[in-house]
Ligand binder design. Structure first.
Ligand SMILES: [Zn+2]
Length: 411
């Protein structure tokens, strides 16, 4: 491996060290604040609930620390030790050409998935189980794994063949064509995912007629919002955590509520959660996120164009210059940069959350939103006292105490 290769491996290690440091700060801050419920929540959260939230947050954060170190070690091992022999092994069975490159990428993907299994198993059946959130059975877990593997192969194989073929046919313009195709696929996915893929994993039932649905529809009309429908998803099959989200585009938009959310919240609270989601649409956050993904993809394809055209890239790691090898190596090598960009994207996302909260406040008032946020925090055992640096780096949503304070301050 050349010096550049070594530097990239060291960067992966340093990036993991930063992740561990930030998580360590988080566990320390949460532990230091374990004995007192923040004043703003003293009325709604008991000391016992506060203790459980602290214990859950600390356990999860420690788990993430171990996973961060493990993932970095695996990435470095792939680059420094495993890719070369795996490529040699694939070469024994597959003659040079498109198929060899594709088989190599799929082999790394499959092995990588197997290496992640201990953590996914431990996450559901040990960590989430201990705090009473896990509803997943081993059967559902294995079925999910099988479906994901089949889907990954069914979607990934033709895409990889297409990309590697294009690369050979049009060495200088392939990446622009691939980029346009990728954007088209991303837009198609917003329709394909909710209609064909998500139903493979969950059941979506139209929301029952009744008081709740009437209130939701009245709110949609008030906000001037058109949608194909309101659905309830059987999230309780996997976890007790509650949530709500939007999918689709234009008239195919759907609003999906987790059954776990509908069960636990009052109609007023669910209305405020819907109003918050509508705020994201009103302010164009969904469009903004798609644009952001398009910009990131452009940079990604430009980097691929550079790496595929550059004989030395694979050489940095002492690897053969095969497009499959280059693709995997680039995906591993970019990790430290993605990690360092996290705070920027997290900051943008938190800004959007404040705007959506403000929209909800104007539509349905601040009290239901405050009470929904408090209940979500309590039910999900989220901490009320995160470390500020950790939160600024990783949180896509502002900490609940900050959101509540903002809503109260808004008059
Ligand atoms: Zn939001």
């Amino acid at each position: 491996m050349s010096l550049v290769g070594v530097v990239i491996c060291v960067a992966i290690g340093l990036s993991a060290a930063l992740g561990v440091y930030l998580r360590k700060r988080q566990t320390e801050t949460v532990a230091a604040n374990r004995e007192a419920v923040p004043a703003d929540f003293a009325r709604d959260v008991t000391l016992d609930e506060h203790h459980r939230a602290a214990d859950y947050t600390i356990a999860r954060t420690r788990f993430a620390m171990a996973e961060t170190l493990y993932d970095a070690a695996i990435s470095i091992l792939w680059l420094a030790a495993w890719m070369a022999p795996l490529y040699a092994l694939v070469s024994q069975f597959v003659s040079p050409g498109l198929t060899r490159s594709v088989v190599f990428v799929l082999a790394v993907g499959a092995l990588g998935h197997v290496l992640e299994l201990p953590f996914s198993l431990a996450n559901s059946f040990w960590l989430e189980e201990r705090f009473g959130f896990n509803r997943l059975t081993l059967k559902t877990f294995l079925l999910d794994e099988a479906k994901e593997a089949l889907l990954g192969a069914a979607i990934g194989t033709p895409l990889l063949f297409g990309m590697f073929w294009l690369l050979g046919a049009l060495p200088h313009t392939w990446w622009l064509i691939a980029y346009v195709a990728f954007i088209a696929l991303m837009i198609a996915m917003t329709v394909i995912y909710p209609t064909f893929i998500a139903p493979l994993f969950n059941k979506f039932t139209p929301m029952e007629e009744g008081a709740l649905k009437a209130r939701m529809e009245a709110l949609l009309a008030k906000c001037g919002f058109e949608s194909k429908g309101l659905y309830v998803m059987d999230a309780s099959k996997r976890s007790a955590h509650g949530n709500a989200y939007f999918t689709g585009f234009g008239k195919a938009k759907r609003i999906v509520f987790f059954d776990t959310l509908v069960e636990k919240h009052s109609v007023d609270e669910i209305e405020s959660i819907l109003a918050h989601e509508l705020g994201h649409f009103k302010y164009g956050h969904v469009r903004q996120m798609i644009l952001q993904a398009a910009v990131i993809a452009f940079v990604g394809f430009a980097a691929l164009y550079w790496a595929f055209g550059n004989e030395t890239f694979a050489g940095w790691f002492g690897l053969p210059n095969d497009p499959g090898v280059v693709l995997v190596a680039l995906l591993l090598a970019k990790e430290p940069i993605s990690h360092l960009l996290r705070p920027l994207f997290a900051w943008r996302s938190r800004k959007n959350e404040f705007e959506a909260d403000d929209f909800a406040r104007r539509m349905v008032g601040k009290e239901p939103m405050i009470s929904a946020l408090t209940r979500l925090t309590r039910d999900n055992l989220a901490t009320l006292t995160p470390d500020p640096l950790y939160a600024n780096f990783y949180f896509s949503h502002p900490p609940v105490p900050v959101r509540v304070a903002q809503l109260r301050a808004a008059g």
